[in-house]
Design a protein around this ligand. Sequence first.
Ligand SMILES: C[S@@+](CC[C@H](N)C(=O)[O-])C[C@H]1O[C@@H](n2cnc3c(N)ncnc32)[C@H](O)[C@@H]1O
Length: 273
Amino acid sequence: MPRLPHPLSDQSFAWLQAYFEQASGIRLRPEKKMLVISRLQKRLEARRLPGFDAYCALLRDPAEEAERQKMLDALTTHETYFFREPRQHEHFAQTALPGFKRKPVKVWSAACSSGEETWSLAMQLAEHFGLHGWELTGSDISTQVLEHAARGLYPLERLQNMPERTLHRWCRKGLERYHGQFLIAPALRQRVRFQQHNLLEPASALGEFDVVFLRNVLIYFDAPRRSRILAHVVACLQPGGYLYLGESETLTALPAGMQQTGTAVFRRTQPTK
Ligand SMILES: C[S@@+](CC[C@H](N)C(=O)[O-])C[C@H]1O[C@@H](n2cnc3c(N)ncnc32)[C@H](O)[C@@H]1O
């Protein structure tokens, strides 16, 4: 019999809201309370706790860093697909990549979730340049999705949007215990680095980039935090570099030195520094 969800008191919900906002920059609105209960239920069961008050007390323990990370992993939304928003991938391959003369071309898949976006970009980079002449970084705040991304192992159903030729070249069908799954080709897996990064922090430690994909993540932040994230991203974008946002995301004000060149595609025109 499935267990009934534990009730979440207003006080514990307020504490979780404040902790999550401070750690991720995302404010959980009151209507998200049921979502919080359902996403954290497994953590309570895993830690054999009687309820949310006990879970919040546990999270306050300085020795529980790993549990705080698991809470963050559970509360962030990780929906993603291979070749999501295909028009942008087309723009990347047909307009952005051919314009770069200096090598290596450096690409950042920011908020990459479980890696589908990053591997889609790796496949496009490898088809354009071969296995050299490019660098690709995937980052996210959640270590759980980053581990999944680096493993490069996905259920076969995830292949839906993948162009046939790309699939045959860069994916390996799983056998025996990997039946029903596919693995990103080892030659690509060696070429990509995954790293934890909070977008609210400056990105200078990650390096400078010719292209940044920052898709379907700004929607989770309020306006001041969106501006802060954009400022960090633009600061590490090379002049002439491209920034891709999610197609449904709009900017109320363009960051200084950026020009819109397509649907949710922006180009850095001059240094902001
Ligand atoms: C909906 S997914 C987007 C995945 C991919 N970019 C795409 O468009 O398919 C949003 C990701 O943003 C990450 N995220 C949320 N807050 C973040 C933060 N402050 N810093 C970095 N990543 C964050 C989440 O962990 C999640 O994996």
